[in-house]
Design a protein around this ligand. Structure first.
Ligand code: GSH
Length: 235
């Protein structure tokens, strides 16, 4: 089999396994363990980025040789185009769904994920929880989260429209697993549509399969309002 997906425990690479499960494509999976929090040498050996996800396609139908890619967005686009018949990625022929898709697909890793990462950094062990920097990062996160909430109030389904697209697969990590690294609770009223969305996602067989493949049977995805921080970041 050509396609190998590399998953680092509790990381953004869950997106790629979820995508592959939604598309119903065949792949080899390699699990990597954090060392102790960051990427192990086995990930660094695959790609100079040293981050997860990483994908190998050997031979790639495009180059007839081995292709190795890092970056969630690049890997998602490659898999959808090369192995997924373009599914889950609306195009011009889909009209307004296409423009909505484009924006939310890029919002996920361009704005939402970095915003929560900044909150996590600002709240680091040496920081003052009352510092204006922490307040500013939280303000920015709240604003972006309200954009997601408002969008889901409009669609009552998924980010681009009525059906799941790769924009959702890019976004859900930040709303779930990432909150285990940076505990943020959702408000049952203010984030009612986000919570409904996460419930919908959690009922998808491909998502459930992917999370079990990535983190094992015992792991419960962080789909609810409350979160318990992962023990590897507990202080
Ligand atoms: N923008 C990159 C970010 C990748 C990234 O930072 N992945 C984290 C896991 S969530 C990682 O590999 N962290 C370990 C490290 O940086 O050593 C992507 O979307 O693939």
């Amino acid at each position: 089999m050509a396609l190998t997906l590399h998953h680092l425990g509790l990381s953004q690479s869950e997106r790629i396994i979820w995508l592959a499960e939604e598309l119903g494509i065949n792949y080899n999976l390699v699990h990597h363990k954090r060392d102790p929090i960051f990427s192990p040498q086995s990930i660094k050996d695959l790609h100079p980025a040293g981050t997860a996800p990483v994908m190998e396609d050997d031979p790639s139908p495009i180059t007839q040789s081995r292709v190795v890619l890092a970056e969630s967005g690049a890997i998602m686009d490659y898999i959808i185009t090369v192995h997924g018949n373009g599914n889950l990625a609306p195009t011009l022929k889909d009209g307004p769904l296409y423009t909505n898709y484009l924006e939310w697909y890029h919002f996920a890793n361009g704005s939402l994920q970095p915003a929560l990462f900044r909150v996590m950094m600002a709240r680091g062990p040496a920081s003052d929880p009352n510092s204006p920097v922490v307040a500013r990062t939280l303000q920015k996160w709240d604003h972006l989260l309200s954009m997601v909430e408002n969008r889901l109030a409009e669609t009552k389904a998924y980010l681009a429209g009525e059906t799941l697209t790769a924009a959702d697969i890019m976004t859900v990590f930040t709303l779930t697993t990432m909150r285990g690294f940076c505990p943020i609770e959702f408000d049952e009223e203010k984030q009612a549509n986000i919570l409904g969305y996460l419930k919908r996602v959690g009922e998808r067989p491909a998502y459930r399969r992917a999370m079990e493949i990535c983190e094992g049977k015992e792991f419960s995805p962080l789909l609810g309002a409350k979160v318990e921080p992962f023990s590897l970041v507990k202080r």
